[in-house]
Design a protein around this ligand. Structure first.
Ligand SMILES: [Zn+2]
Length: 145
């Protein structure tokens, strides 16, 4: 039996079991047949897909609102990527460039970057603004998911 890990589809929100031995192949959603994201990766989605994932995902979603010109945001990205890998199967992680997705940033009233928001089925479970250390970041995410 291949090892499987949970991942939520950003088209329909269905949570699928993703077989880990399918490294080279595209795995499609059992409900809508669109390609699934690879578990443990930080996704950068078009605004509409990001909104759909936040609203519908079966798994909690960590949203990293950032700007490419913000130093603390760039400092946080490797931490966010490591967290996404560690929490693969438990949490979806997306990063949102507020310059490309102003509507999404406004709907979450993001006023500074980086801002991290954790949502569950579209409901906000927690938020934190500014850079933080890796341990504090992991504990904060764990406390909200
Ligand atoms: Zn789907």
């Amino acid at each position: 039996m291949a090892e499987k890990i949970k991942v939520s589809c950003f088209h329909c929100g269905a949570t699928n079991n993703f077989p880990l031995d399918s490294a080279e192949k595209t795995v499609v959603c059992g409900r809508c047949r669109n390609a699934l994201p690879i578990p443990g990766t930080v996704l950068e989605l078009p605004e509409q897909a990001a909104v759909a994932l936040i609203q519908r995902a079966g798994l909690p979603v960590l949203v990293d609102f950032y700007s490419p010109t913000c130093g603390p945001c760039m400092m946080m990205h490797p931490l966010v990527e490591r967290l996404a890998k560690r929490r693969a199967g438990e949490l979806m992680v997306i990063k949102v460039n507020i310059d490309n997705s102003p509507g999404l940033a406004a709907s979450f009233r993001v006023q500074a970057v980086p801002t991290f928001v954790i949502t569950s089925k579209g409901t906000e479970r927690g938020r934190s603004s500014g850079a933080m250390g890796e341990t504090d970041f992991s504990l904060w995410v764990a406390s909200r998911t």
